[in-house]
Design a protein around this ligand. Structure first.
Ligand code: ADP
Ligand code: MG
Length: 701
């Protein structure tokens, strides 16, 4: 107990931290002594290697030592900008210049007085014919003092918080509080996963010795890093493992499968299910039959046919007199789902209704009344479904499509409209394994790893602006064969700042270009719901042949006759997003094309990235690349995900440690589901402290 109180002591109690500093730390999420001690350097400076000025090379992290021979305000360049400059001369007699653009005359004059013996540390550049350091770090040494060759930690900072201050308060926190850093793992775990204890770890990271392995420290691969990364993952996974254990101990609704109804549903489909679809339908059916609530993630690449799998689950629930909800992230998608569900389920006598933001007045009232009386079996809609007025009679199955667009909270709000309803969440964003283990670590996973037969891989090409005519003739060719085309632009309207193609202008240009041959429609998020619906319907019914849109068509939209998608300024989109957009075509037996119009200019990086799209249609590979390039935050919108931010762990890099941590956590929960065995006591305390109520741990306590 003592240990908690001490590490959770507010950071103001660290010597050297006053109210102003405490506020700055708070902005960085550092509230307690523990937070401070676990703020580890993200980089190190090597001060072991002090160079003669004559031997300098341009670059970061250079150190020189010398005596100040001139110090004062001077004026720079034609505009005579006021700066502060000090000249420093080293033992060999060579001189370098130090410049400050922000300074305080009086204080600088005093601190950097002529004759001072200083150590300068920073980026060395050549300016004219001299070496210069702009805003370097400086240690003023005592007279004749020779600096010890140190490796110094570099901490994350915030406005107005200096590196030196940070080092000082961490030292002070360490001196006064380190005794409270007690080992939390059982000796068994320490051996099994080769962990260090936190005190050792932090000492190695905060106070490296001149003998430390700088390579490993800097790349975050030292044993100390590994332990802390393990720890971050471990507590997350432990939370997830407990959550999963908790769900499996709840009693939900067992929904038996009506085999006859199931068979007639399958027989009514205009196509044969793939074997992957059969398999996941069986997995879901199995979950639904069990008396515990289902908590399952259905992953399947774009076009793999998740909608029909959802429908099969609904048939099972509706056949037993239960209600279902299907929530989609956009109105367009909700409407489309509603239409497909009507087509598939109405023939079986299953009544469906649609509820979105644009369902109003008596329509809405009627729908709500029929829902609460149990007359409607399936309600399809947008997040309008989670409004409090929406009351089900017997909600037993909740399906959320394109899950990554919703927050965890929205998912839960919908689930709570039933009593321990079964939950199926569907996503077309292939999630790298590591992310799946964290984001969805408490869920069972089904994967549709097969596309319907007869699909031809989409051909993807990278075009530059000068190939626009070729692009047009390509589109023309497809139109003549009876197909349709999407053109996606990053923006809706003209923007002053950036010269980007916008949907409104492009729609006009395209309409002019194809005036003789095809009708062009525009679709973007700022249009009124009815306008959007109309534009989508016209395109679906083939009344318009070309749809110029913003990325609103990104998720789920299904128009199998479309065979070309052109993405303007493809360099502006993330890979996963491009993959989703590309998935709008290739939904039938027709050969489809995706043309990435890109203006990557000098950026080799952008080109390499887009090249991945050309090389592969494998959503998982694309997702891995995307994760590596942009990190998980971008990818899944971590803010919404409910995941704690990782301080040191990196999901793209630390895959192996994550697997180990997950393994450790799940094993532990298997052996000691309540974490009450004596060797796990410390762990349990630490867990509760870390999750601070973010996790529903009722079943543990
Ligand atoms: P997604 O997984 O991207 O949500 P959809 O469920 O929208 O995919 O299905 C994509 C298209 O493929 C739809 O037009 C759907 O009717 C069709 N489809 C689904 N399953 C099959 C199948 N087994 N054989 C042929 N077409 C299928
Ligand atoms: Mg879909």
């Amino acid at each position: 107990m003592k240990s908690h109180q001490s590490l959770s002591t507010p950071v103001q109690y660290v010597k050297g931290v006053g109210p102003a500093l405490a506020e700055k730390l708070r902005q960085m999420g550092i509230l307690t002594v523990g937070d401070l001690l676990f703020t580890v350097p993200f980089r190190y400076q090597d001060r072991r290697d002090i160079q003669p000025i004559a031997k300098l090379t341009p670059g970061k992290d250079r150190a020189i030592r010398g005596t100040i021979i001139r110090s004062g305000v001077s004026f720079l360049g034609a505009r005579r900008k006021r700066i502060y400059e000090a000249l420093v001369k080293d033992a060999a007699g060579d001189v370098a210049s130090i410049k400050w653009f922000h300074f305080n005359d009086r204080y600088w004059k005093q601190r950097y007085a002529v004759g001072a013996n200083i150590l300068v540390f920073g980026d060395a550049e050549i300016f004219g014919s001299t070496w210069q350091f702009v805003h370097p770090e400086i240690d003023v040494l005592g007279e004749g003092e020779v600096p010890v060759g140190e490796i110094l930690p570099i901490y994350p900072l915030t406005e107005g918080l200096h590196q030196k201050t940070m080092r000082k308060i961490i030292r002070s926190a360490w001196d006064n509080f380190r005794e409270y850093l007690e080992p939390i793992y059982s000796p068994d775990m320490i051996t099994a996963y080769s962990l260090l204890n936190s005190r050792e770890c932090l000492e190695l990271l905060h106070f490296p010795t001149p003998q430390s392995d700088l390579e490993m420290l800097s790349s975050g691969t030292s044993a100390a890093h590994r332990t802390l990364i393990f720890e971050e993952f471990f507590f997350l996974e432990l939370g997830l493992a407990l959550k999963r254990k908790g769900v499996s101990s709840l009693s939900g609704i067992a929904i038996p499968k009506n085999e006859e109804r199931h068979q007639s549903f399958i027989a009514s489909l205009p196509f044969q299910l793939t074997s992957a679809q059969h398999r996941v339908i069986a997995e879901i059916a199995g979950d639904m039959q069990k008396p515990q609530p289902m908590n399952r993630l259905l992953q399947g690449d774009v076009g793999s046919g998740k909608t029909v799998v959802a429908a099969a689950a609904m048939v099972q629930a509706a056949s037993q007199g239960f209600q279902c909800a299907l929530m989609a992230p956009t109105e367009i998608l909700a409407e489309q789902h509603f239409a497909s569900m009507l087509a598939m389920l109405l023939p079986l006598g299953i009544k469906c209704a649609l509820l979105s933001g644009s369902t109003k007045g008596s329509d809405r009232e009627q729908t709500l009344a029929r829902l609460s009386s149990g007359d409607i079996s399936l309600l399809v809609g947008t997040h309008a479904l989670i409004q409090p007025e929406v009351v089900f009679q017997k909600l037993a199955l909740v399906i959320v499509d394109e899950q990554h667009r919703f927050g965890v909270l929205q998912r839960q709000l919908l689930k709570r409209k039933g009593e321990q309803a079964d939950v199926l969440i569907m996503t077309a964003t292939p999630i790298p394994r590591t992310l799946a283990m964290t984001l969805y670590g408490d869920l069972d996973v089904s994967v549709i790893d097969e596309l319907p037969v007869g699909r031809k891989p989409i051909m993807t090409r990278l075009y530059a602006e000068h190939q626009r005519q070729k692009l047009f003739s390509g589109i023309r060719h497809e139109l003549q064969s009876g197909r349709q085309a999407y053109i996606v632009c990053p923006l809706i309207e003209e923007s002053e700042k950036i010269d980007l193609k916008n949907a409104t202008d492009v729609a006009e240009q395209i309409a002019a270009e194809f005036a003789q041959e095809a009708k062009v429609a525009l679709l973007h998020g700022k249009m009124k719901p009815q306008e959007k619906e109309q534009a989508m319907r016209d395109f679906k019914e083939g009344k318009t042949k070309i749809l110029v849109a913003t990325s609103v068509v990104e998720v789920g939209v299904d128009v199998p006759n479309a065979s070309v998608i052109v993405i303007e300024h493809a360099e502006r989109f993330g890979l996963s997003q491009l993959h989703q957009l590309r998935g709008r075509v290739g939904r039938s037996e027709h050969q489809s094309y995706c043309i990435l119009m890109a203006d990557y200019g000098r950026s080799e990086e952008a080109k390499r990235r887009l090249q991945v799209m050309v090389e592969t249609t494998d959503g998982f590979r694309i997702a891995e690349e995307d994760l590596a390039i942009r990190g998980p935050g971008e990818f899944i919108g971590t803010r919404q995900s409910g995941l704690p931010p990782f301080r040191i762990a990196n999901l793209a890099r630390d895959t192996k440690v994550l697997s180990e941590a997950r393994d450790a956590a799940f094993k532990l929960v298997d052996h000691d589901p309540t974490l009450t065995q004596p060797q796990n006591r410390k762990l349990r305390e630490a867990l509760i402290q870390r999750w601070e109520g973010k996790l529903d741990l009722a079943h543990v306590s």
